[in-house]
Design a binder for this molecule. Structure first.
Ligand code: SF4
Length: 262
């Protein structure tokens, strides 16, 4: 398997790639702290309300228990990320807990005036770091690189959503470089215009791993959506604003693919 000219690193693991990315994006702890803060406020309210009646006390105990379990999973995820490993059963628990904490963290972030994308980015990082702990090695044709349509140069006349091979590799956007990577390694690659098409592509290709490129909003939604498949998220870059002529570091994609290959 020959690396292409796009790559600049030699044999990075998924964990190293995730750690490099985390240094530039929202830290995983932001997501758990936001959820913990909101759960603390709710807990305080319930604690006060237990004076009202026995029904409130039972309800408070029930909600407390659920919150404690889910939050414990979030803390376990952070500890595991700090140490770079977790026992398999705790990985599953941490993944389940962070998915359950996600809507809580989004509401908490909104109340605290945090940008939505910072909370989403933190969730994506926590997901990626947990995913990187799985000792997963696959063949190239078990990988699907799923790209957003906004990566394509807006004035390009070629219909790459029908078939990425329609790209003429003119160099005006990164699709050409990614196509070269795809031909070099042999993984599946597709461009989706939205969640419905993305789900259809995944159902058609039936990959073992999806390397998904998107903005924070779409990645967070996609990760929540596709629970049964191993998903690794890569954020796009938006120098011209959202959904328009976006781009990405092709070397990060190549490093991720190489780290996944058997
Ligand atoms: S690289 Fe491909 S997709 Fe991008 S503008 Fe050129 S032909 Fe179009």
């Amino acid at each position: 398997m020959q690396p292409t000219d796009c790559g600049f690193s030699q044999g990075m693991s998924l964990m190293q790639i995730a750690n490099n990315r985390t240094a530039q994006t929202s830290p995983p702890r932001l997501f758990v702290l936001a959820a913990a803060a909101l759960l603390f406020v709710v807990s305080s309210f319930l604690l006060v309300s237990t004076r009202f009646s026995i029904v409130w006390t039972i309800a408070a105990l029930f909600v407390f228990s659920i919150m404690a379990i889910v939050l414990t999973g979030g803390v376990i995820a952070l500890v595991g990320i700090r140490q770079g490993r977790l026992p398999r059963v705790l990985q599953v628990f941490a993944r389940w807990s962070t998915a359950a904490l996600y809507p809580v963290a989004v509401v908490a972030g909104r109340l605290a005036g945090l940008e939505k994308d910072r909370v989403r980015g933190s969730f994506i990082e926590i997901h990626n770091q947990l995913a990187a702990m799985k000792p997963l090695k696959v063949q190239a044709d078990e990988i699907l690189l799923l790209l957003p349509h906004c990566l394509q140069w807006a004035d390009c006349p070629h219909r790459i959503t029908i078939d990425v091979n329609n790209c003429r590799q003119c160099g005006k956007c990164v699709i050409g470089d990614l196509l070269e990577l795809q031909r070099s390694y042999g993984f599946h690659m597709a461009v989706a215009t939205g969640g419905t098409l993305a789900r259809k592509i995944i159902a058609d290709v039936r990959p073992s791993v999806v390397v998904a490129v998107a903005c924070e909003r779409d990645l967070a939604a996609g990760i929540q959506d596709v629970r049964k498949i191993h998903v690794i998220g890569i954020l796009n870059e938006r120098p011209s604003g959202p959904c328009y002529n976006t781009t990405l570091n092709v070397a990060v994609v190549e490093d991720t693919i190489r780290a996944l290959l058997n």
